[in-house]
Design a protein around this ligand. Structure first.
Ligand code: DP6
Length: 329
């Protein structure tokens, strides 16, 4: 079982597609809502892998992506049997709510156990990365940093060291993430395709990566100091910068919808009222608002009023991925 994570410093762009190696480090918060529960059962007599998503038989690219991941696990474990994967999300899939992060983190944990692959959280983080980059951060609870491992170059050498690690934060830093679900439908362009297009065509991409490297250093300092305003400011500017890179891609990728902008205006209004509230957005129209845990219900109420058609969920830091009883069935 695994929970989604939301990046405060974004992962946007790979330097190596095959090994899922990112262009830069990213840093996220694992949440306590919307877990994915995944069972992997070996099926030695079956002709191939079966994938059930929310109880429905997956076909096409969705099935292939899971089967490719199982293939990788089998290679590492020296095994051959196909498997049945039964995965249940409590978050809408493909709507920019990090379902691929919780999905591949949960699959990595369950598949490694099913195939007898001895793996600690660091090894599982590396493995989950191969399924979906952001998934490597969901192996850990709270704040986690995914190392790009640029010094290691590319390919197998970087594969060994590109993984996530927990990031310490000051004990007094009690945060919440208020999620404004503007539209739970699947996105028009997958994050994988959108980041590929951004890297290849956006003139703003390289400058954003350079500023993201600085954002990350400053974010670590702000977390260590327990400075919520600094954490929030860095979070918001990093996300807006990422969206700027996509808007400048050719053709442009735009995930933000009118209701997303309404939510962003509401966040500004909250700040004018003196609340520490800062927004981040991923590959979808939903807006996530970082704030103090003690002010989360006030922030949620303001967002419900501003965006009445949205559903608003308050999340707190959650646990890392783990094996739970029944994962093998
Ligand atoms: C905008 O991890 O879904 O959420 O590695 O191609 O599977 P792939 O991409 P994915 O991208 C997540 C992008 C993001 C930012 C983030 O989570 O850091």
């Amino acid at each position: 079982m695994a929970h989604p994570n939301i990046a405060l410093i974004k992962y946007w762009g790979k330097r190596d597609e095959e090994w899922v190696l990112p262009a830069a480090d990213s840093l996220s918060l694992t949440l306590d809502v919307f877990p994915t529960t995944t069972g992997v059962r070996l099926a030695p007599q079956a002709a191939g892998d079966r994938v059930l998503l929310g109880g429905q038989e997956a076909t096409g690219p969705a099935q292939a992506r899971v089967a490719d991941f199982l293939h990788l696990v089998r290679e590492l474990a020296g095994r051959r049997e196909p498997a049945v994967v039964d995965s249940r999300n409590t978050v809408p899939t493909g709507a920019g709510l990090a379902s691929s992060a919780s999905g591949f983190a949960a699959l990595a944990v369950a598949a490694a156990a099913a195939y007898g692959l001895a793996a600690d959280p660091a090894a599982l983080s590396r493995l989950a990365r191969r399924g979906s980059g952001s998934a490597c951060r969901s192996l850990f609870g709270g704040f986690a940093q995914w190392h790009a491992a640029l010094d290691a170059g590319g390919g197998a050498a970087a594969d060994r060291v590109s993984l996530a690690e927990p990031v310490p934060a000051a004990a007094g830093l009690e945060v919440a993430l208020v999620i404004v679900v503007v539209n739970a439908g699947p996105k028009a362009v997958s994050s994988r395709a959108a980041m590929r297009r951004t890297v290849a065509t956006s003139p703003l991409y390289r400058p954003w990566v350079a500023s993201s490297v600085q954002d990350l250093t400053q974010m670590r300092a702000a977390l260590a100091a327990g400075d919520l305003n600094a954490v929030g400011e860095i979070t918001e500017r990093n996300a807006l910068g990422m969206h700027a890179t996509m808007l400048a891609a050719r053709p442009a990728v735009r995930y933000l919808a009118p209701a997303s902008l309404t939510a962003l205006d509401a966040v500004l209004a909250l700040r004018e009222r003196g609340l520490a509230a800062y927004a981040t957005m991923d590959a979808g129209p939903n807006v996530k608002v970082l704030c103090a845990a003690g002010q989360a219900s006030q922030v949620a109420a303001a967002l419900r009023e501003a965006v009445p058609q949205a559903s608003v969920v308050v999340a707190r830091p959650g646990p890392g991925a783990r094996l739970v009883a029944g994962d093998g069935r």
